[in-house]
Each structure stands twice: as C-alpha cells, then as structure tokens.
Design a protein around this ligand. Sequence first.
Ligand SMILES: Cc1cc2nc3c(=O)[nH]c(=O)nc-3n(C[C@H](O)[C@H](O)[C@H](O)COP(=O)(O)OP(=O)(O)OC[C@H]3O[C@@H](n4cnc5c(N)ncnc54)[C@H](O)[C@@H]3O)c2cc1C
Length: 505
Amino acid sequence: MSTAQPPHPAASADPATAADRAADRPVDLAGIGVGPFNLSLAALAHGVPALRTAFYEQRPAFHWHPGLLIDGATVQVPFLADLVTLADPGSPWTFLQYLKAHERLFPFYVAERFHIERAEYDAYCRWVSEQLPGLHFDHRVDAVRWDHEYELFEIDFARPGPAADAPASDPAAADAATDEEGRALGRVYARNLVLGVGTEPYVPEPLRPLADAPNVPVLHSSDYLEHRERLLVTGHVTVIGSGQSGAEVFLDLLRNRPLGAEGLHWMARTPAFAPMEYGKLGLEQFSPDYTRYFHTLPEPVRDQLLPRQWQLYKGIAHETLDAIHHELYRRALHSDGWPGAVLTPGVTVRTAGRIAAAQLELHLVHTEQGTRARHTTEAVVLATGYRERRVDTLLAALDPYIRRDASERPRVDADHRLVLDPMIKGSVYVQNAERHTHGVGTPDLGLAAWRSAVILNSLLTDPAYRLPSRTAFTAFGLQPSGRCGTVIGNPHLPDQRSPLTPTRT
Ligand SMILES: Cc1cc2nc3c(=O)[nH]c(=O)nc-3n(C[C@H](O)[C@H](O)[C@H](O)COP(=O)(O)OP(=O)(O)OC[C@H]3O[C@@H](n4cnc5c(N)ncnc54)[C@H](O)[C@@H]3O)c2cc1C
C-alpha cells in the first residue's frame, strides 16, 4: 500500500485550515482505545513500516483492569498468549523479550509457571505501550465520521489541557478549540479505523439502586482493590456473581478476614459455582479454526450456540475453586466449627434497599425453591460482569452506512471488518465487539495476535504475517462434499483425510 496521499485539492488552495493540513497527513490505520487488543495490533503494525498508524486512548497510560490485580491472581491463558508471539514469535514485543529486558528470563525459566500473574501481564503491556511510537494516551475519541470529500475518516478527540502544550506528534491539536471541560479538541484523518474500546462494568437493573446508597460500600468488582482495605474491616460483606472475578474477590476477602468472624456471603443466580471448561479439546474452540468456522454458521445457529457455551467463558478456574475450598477447610480446622462464610448459588436479588445508616437489605428469591428471604449486609461487591462498550455515540455519524443483522447488531465480516455501505471507501475493524459473529474467542487474549495479523494482512496487498492454515486437531463442521476433516471457512487448508461416505439418515 503506498502511503504518499496526494494533498487534498482544497488543502493546497487554503493551507491555513488545520483540518486540510491534517487531511493531508492521514494515517493508514487509526485505532480507538489501547487495551490489550489494540496494543497487540499496534505492536504488530510496528513491524510493517509501510503502514502509518496512530492509536488514541482516553486514559493517561496503559492499565489492565487495575481494580482486580489481586496478589497471586493469574491470567487465564498461557504466557504465549501475549501481544504478538502467536503471530510473530520473533517480534521485539514478546513477553520473553520483556523478561529479557528486565533480566527475569532465568527466574521465569526456573519458576516453570505457564500462567503469569495479572500484575505481570499488566506491567508487560505497559512496557510495550511506553516504547511503541504512535500511541496517544489521554486522548478521548468523541466522534468519527466519513468525509466524502477527502474520502477519509475524520476522528475528533479531546485531551486534557490547553491546546498550547499539544505534543508535536499531535497533527491537528495545535489549532484546537476546547470543549466544556476545557479539554483541547483535535481532529485527525485516517484511511481505515479499528475500534478496540473493550468492555465496561455491568450492573443488573435490580441492583442499580444499590450503587447510589451513600455510606454503604456498594462497588463493582472492577473497583475492588480501591475499596479492599475498607471491605476487610467492614462487619459483613456480600459478593454477588459466580464468575472468575466474584470467586477471586471472595477468596481474597476470605483469606484476609478474621478467623471465625469471616462475615462473608457469596451468592449467585447460577445453580452452582461451576468450573470453567478447561479441557484441551474444549479449548480448541478458542482457536482461529473455530473462529472461522463459527463465522460461517447461520445467524440463528450462532445465537443459539453462544449461550450454550457459557462454561467456556463464564465459569471459574479450577485452581480458584480449589483454593476457596482449601481456605474454607483450613478455617474450619482452626476455628471450632464451620467458618462464617456462606456460599449460596441459585438466588436472584429481586430488589435491594438501605435499612440503616450502614446497612443494606437484599430481597432474595431462590430460583429452584421459589422461596424468598431478606439478607442484611454492610457492603456489596457486584461481580456482575462486563458488557461490550456502547459505540453508538462514537459512530453515530457512520450509523446510516453500517449494515446490521436481524437483531440490529452490526454485521462483521471474516476479517473483523464492519460491513458498510460501499459509499464508505475505508474499513472499520472491530476488536472484542464481534462475539455474535466470531464466537467465544472474541474477548480471549489467546486470539489477540492472530486477529491483529488478520486485520493487518487484510489492509495490505501482500500479507505481512504468514498465518497458520490449521490451528486445531478438531475439524469443525463438514464440507458439503462429504469430505470430512476439511476446516470450514479456511480456503487455505488442503484436504488431508480420506473422503467420508455421506451418512444415510
Ligand atoms: C478482570 C478481567 C480479567 C480478564 N482476564 C482475562 C484473562 O486472563 N484471559 C483472557 O483471555 N481474557 C481475560 N479477560 C477478557 C479480556 O481479555 C479483557 O477484557 C481485555 O482487557 C479486553 O481487551 P480490549 O482491548 O478489548 O479492551 P479493554 O482492556 O477494555 O481496553 C479498551 C480501552 O479503550 C479505551 N477507550 C474506550 N473508549 C474510548 C474512546 N472513546 N476514546 C479513547 N479510548 C477509549 C478504554 O479506556 C480502554 O483502555 C479479562 C477481563 C476482565 C474484565
């Protein structure tokens, strides 16, 4: 792809306007949000000198779920699922390069730990983000539109502080006005876009009134560490939610509250505190082969399949469940009787309200028994999960051009590109917003490098990264020809197995 874009005819006519100047220097790819997925893309794009990229992040620096970097908590995927290795093991941005740079390769080798601590993954990503060129932190992107005249995406951002001290690398900021918060406004142009805005904490409706109960700590698990010290000395704490976060918060509180006076209740709607599926063949559903296969399925089949696969992304790591049971047992041993920690699955919080200055009452119903109860507590940790961050405001101007499926969700093609009206000449890619088209692997760090390489290759005439033609032992789907073993949705894979006689039903 050539990068030298002829200046826009109007620009040379009136060089004064910042927009024209900025439009003269469009990037090939602009990224919104710098979480692990767009950081992976930026790191792999760095290996493609022909591609000019810029990434904008509203936060002042890279931080990965800072509220849950609980001591000892590990990433749920092996260290090879870093930002780049599964697409380019020779990249300067691998986790092993990070260890080398911090003289920790030998200790890591001796440690023999395949799953690293979340705090180390966060530090590794920040190490990459502090060195990669083209990352603009403290830049909140407020709007994106397609400029039909320039045939470019126009990206408006706001960043703290007056226009004057805009960094030189910020093409349009120097002439920027300021918004109502006094943030300097800027505009840049790009041929293509990638949305990596991630997820945001989710609080179910009945629990929302809780959140604004003053004096009583009610927090989403994403803010756990900020409130940890207060929770450790609060008389009674309730954790709601049976996912990994809920389990980790409960375990950390259990381990650090007084023996025999644990004052803890862990409750969830699910019928059990269930383990996450971690069987090797089950994990092949987090492979590129499965992602490609899932994308070929009819929309209604995809929509039925996803909720049925809940144990692949909603359960709790075995190790965490074992650690909880072990801690409960240890406490029963050292106190005369059962620890003061109650675990109740199968309950739904119907309503909730404050009953005293520092007390809350949850009105519960048991999903199987149908019985009702009142539960009093002094603090609530809502480990109620996350939802894909809404981008309607951000993309409002592009909305008329976005093709949607029967459920009004954006259609996304196999290369993670929004299906747009052909009037839009550029592409809009999404990262971690396409579970409905690409399946359970969408939020998985294990697919970060591969998806980034797919996106980069689709931008270039000659692919920058050679990707594996096969990534799983399981052959997902059947070829209409009846030749079993051909990986569906993967034009590259030669047929490796003997033809199969079609089964007579
Ligand atoms: C607590 C937790 C632990 C997890 N652990 C694992 C794990 O172990 N293994 C695994 O495979 N997956 C894990 N996941 C799932 C997933 O990998 C993570 O959610 C991951 O952070 C997703 O990365 P992301 O880049 O999509 O989004 P995020 O990390 O959410 O980053 C998105 C970024 O976009 C920025 N942004 C949003 N809007 C704008 C805007 N308008 N302008 C500029 N910037 C913007 C945000 O500030 C944010 O920094 C975990 C998720 C959570 C919540």
